[in-house]
Structure formats: C-alpha cells, structure tokens
Design a protein around this ligand. Structure first.
Ligand SMILES: Nc1ncnc2c1ncn2[C@@H]1O[C@H](COP(=O)(O)OP(=O)(O)O)[C@@H](O)[C@H]1O
Ligand SMILES: [Mg+2]
Length: 256
C-alpha cells in the first residue's frame, strides 16, 4: 500500500430539493482513499451514506464540493470505479454471464474475450455452473456475487460497495465477506464499503469512517490495527471487541 490518494472528496454538501422543501443529506464531507486500502463507512440509517456513494461514483453531482479521481476532477461515471448496490441491480433479462459481460460490451471488448473474462470472474466469485442462469433463478447471495463480478469486470481501481450483503442471512453474508476479502487480497483494489454492522466493519476494514445522523458528516476515523488474515477467532480477542466498542461509541456520540 502506498499513500497516493486514488479517490478524494473535499467538503461535499448535498441538498435534495423536494416538493416539501429541501432535505440536506450531507454536510461538508471530506475523505481520502489511498491505494489498496479497505475502508468501511458506518452511520445511522438515513444519514446520507448512499447519497455519498452515488456522489463518489459520479452518478450524482454534489450540491457543493469536489471529487478527485487520482489527480483529475470526477465529472461522471468512470470505468475506474466499480459499484455494487444493496440489491436489484442486475438486468433481469440477461443471464449471469451476460450481466457480467455488460461493462465489457460497453467498453468495446471483442465478444469472445469478453465472454472469457466474464467466465473467469464468475469462477472467482464461486459461480461456475450458473453462467446461464437468470437473476430470478439465483438466490440473493448468488445475485450479489454476480453484481460483484460485474463491478470487477472492467478491472476498476476502486470498488464502492453500498451495504452489498445487508439483505442476506448472516451465514451467507459472512461467506460473501470472505469472498470479498479474498478478492481484495488478490487484486488489491481500493475498497470503500458502507455497512451498518460495526462488527463487519471492524473485521473487514483497515480504517472505519463513522458518520453522524443527517445531514451526515464524518465524525470519527478509527484505525483497525489487526493483522490479516483475520480468522473467526477474532471474537476471542479483547482488542477486537474494544475496537467494535470504539466504533459504537463514535456512532453514539454522533447521535448526540
Ligand atoms: N432522491 C431523493 N430525494 C429526496 N430525498 C432523498 C433522496 N434520496 C435520499 N434522500 C434523503 O436523504 C437522506 C439520506 O438518504 P440516504 O443517502 O439514502 O441515507 P442512508 O444511505 O445513509 O440511509 C434521507 O433523509 C433520505 O430520505
Ligand atoms: Mg443507504
């Protein structure tokens, strides 16, 4: 890991105009992601996490503030940023492999190579044998594996994950977190993952950013000092539980 920033946000404020007046979702959020690090973002429901991820991905222009991708301002969606949302983001009329191929098709990849790469990615997320299944034929966990493979298709530098496994049962979720960490360790993407689960954040991240209630802003940054790999025995380490507690405290403080 080096200290070179791959993505940074400077004083992001976001206000949604609505028929009933303005809703301020974010207030002066600044953050920097350094190459290869795994950062988790936690915060109470409605504090603006999804808004922030949409802004960081270039899908939503912020009301105020700037996003930098490397040394250039981010002007819109970019192939260097892959995104996984909570659910329902696959195209229902495309099979698993066709969903993963989509970014490659848009990127102008020749057909056979796009298929080969999509196939390899589906294998990496443990979905060999399900290439030709439609999303409705896959479990929620399998659909999120496809979404992860699709986010990796264009070989992005950065992965933005918005509570990607939140709707899944605990065991499936733990397994998918393991898949994610394996991929990250192999490919060293820079990851920013939103989760509302403080244990998950402490287990996965190098660094946890804690947001206040709406309008969300970052109220704490907690380093996670544990070496990797981090096995299931983490539960027996008092230091791990202390870190979880520190994150929870920061959330509480933000809640006022
Ligand atoms: N498109 C929108 N129009 C108006 N208000 C919105 C819109 N999207 C989100 N909001 C509001 O902005 C706030 C932050 O929402 P969101 O970013 O989804 O929070 P989180 O992901 O942390 O739960 C909430 O109060 C939500 O109701
Ligand atoms: Mg959200």
């Amino acid at each position: 890991m080096t200290d070179r920033p791959v993505l940074s946000a400077s004083r992001i404020t976001h206000i949604y105009p609505t028929p009933r007046g303005e809703i301020q979702a974010l207030r002066e959020v600044s953050l920097t992601l350094r190459r290869g690090e795994f950062v988790c973002l936690v915060g109470p429901s409605g504090c603006g996490k999804t808004t922030l991820l949409r802004i960081l991905s270039g899908l939503l222009p912020p009301t105020r503030g700037e996003i930098w991708l490397g040394d250039q301002p981010l002007r819109g969606p970019d192939q260097r940023i892959g995104i996984v949302f909570q659910k329902d983001s696959l195209l229902p009329w495309r099979t698993a492999i066709e969903n993963v191929r989509l970014p490659l098709e848009l990127g102008g990849w020749p057909g056979p190579e796009a298929t080969q790469r999509a196939q390899a990615l589906l294998e990496q997320v443990g979905l060999q044998g399900f290439e030709h299944a439609y999303p409705r034929e896959l479990s929620g966990g399998m659909q999120q594996r496809v979404a992860l493979a699709r986010a990796l298709a264009a070989d992005p530098e950065i992965l933005l994950l918005d509570e990607p496994f939140a709707t899944l049962d605990a065991i499936t979720r733990e397994r998918l977190n393991e898949v994610l960490v394996e991929l990250w360790e192999r490919q060293r993407k820079t990851v920013l993952m939103v989760t509302h689960d403080v244990h998950e954040a402490a287990w996965l991240a190098d660094r946890v950013l804690v947001m206040s209630p709406r309008p969300g802003t970052i109220v704490a940054e907690i380093q996670i000092p544990f070496p990797r790999p981090r096995g299931a025995d983490r539960w027996s380490h008092p230091a791990f539980l202390q870190t979880v507690w520190a994150i929870r405290q920061a959330l509480g403080n933000g809640g006022g």
